[in-house]
Unconditional design. Sequence first.
Length: 438
Amino acid sequence: MVTAPARKPWRNWGRNQSCQPVAIESPGSEEQLVATVGAARERGQHVKVVGAGHSFTDIACTDGRMLRLDTYNRVLGAGREARTITVQSGITIERLGEELARHGLAQPNLGDVAYQSIAGAISTATHGTGAGFGNIATQVKALTLVLGDGSLLECSAEKDADTFKAAQVGLGALGVISTVTLQCVPAFNIRSLLRPRRLDDVLGELDELVDGNDHFEFFWFPHTEMVQSITNTHTDEPARPRGKASAYINDIVFENYFFGAICRLGSARQRWIPGLSRTGVRLLGGSKVIDRSDRVYANVRLVRFVEMEYAVPRAALAPAVRELRDMIERRGHLVNFPVEVRASAADDITLSTAYGRDSGYIAVHLFRGMEFEPFFHDVEAIMNGHDGRPHWGKMHYQTAATLRPRYPKWDSFIAVRKRLDPEGRFSNAYLERVLGPV
């Protein structure tokens, strides 16, 4: 195990959160995980785990010991017949996709960030899109947790179901996730169609587009009436991916370097943002790609930003987008990042943003370094009006008092937290704010 004193502050991917841990440790085995938590308990220290640092809240920050699980990333077992895989919690989504493909398997749905760890993705209710698909945590069949006293707890739907439902989206509040068993599906390809369309046309057909396709989402470019729609369909057709040169030009040069340059220019000359957006949408075009599912779902993200995302009831999705558009123009906000709109199925996970309801998601972003709070507060006001639930890893200004009425089984989660972590070993400022003190 590698242990290093934290000589400088840790910063998240978006560079909007930082903290000064006592030490940053990189355990490579479950025994080392247990020993690290035990050592923290002996010293009265808090423990927090960080994956890719892609959360924009301070959910991973700590003044105690920070655990990085980059080297805790092995596949422990895979069953092609049972269609399950058991992995150490630090494995990235990207590597997991490669390992599953070797066994003829795939995750049924994913978000759009490949470098997240599986533990970080499920703990914050990370999701993709698709009316028939739940978030990534719905794929979890079993978990092993390292508790605050150093003991191990195995849980599943059949074994300690209340704990399992809390731990599927546990916010890092219950213990350190050691191993994860996922229910997978046979490997499949996706036909991905990108098409520029007008926002009002897409909103007018939104239910048909979401319900009539395996996966549908769109990116709306503020200060314009244009969106880039993305329709992903499961297919038996053979893969026809872009060539390496074409993929590099589209995914890296255009979507990252060129877009990043536009964002930097807009950040420096903010009054130019509307004109830059209108210029940018003229370059939108259609495309068709067929490739292995995990390669289609996840994208390369090199342009850093700060993000807020809310889940609203599916019926409120189109009205909320229209309100957002009106608010941006009425309040004069200058937004140089597209707004992402997705949907997912309801689930029964205690603190999932889709608990008990089919959900629509609206994600807003601003380029790193731009003042985001006035805009995000105005966005949150709209989402509050639609009983919105914030993504646990993205910016929001909610507290335990405002969140409790939005989650029918809130008290069940709090009871599990008190039982598993009575000393608050895994607490931090974020959890004290959104869950309350242990």
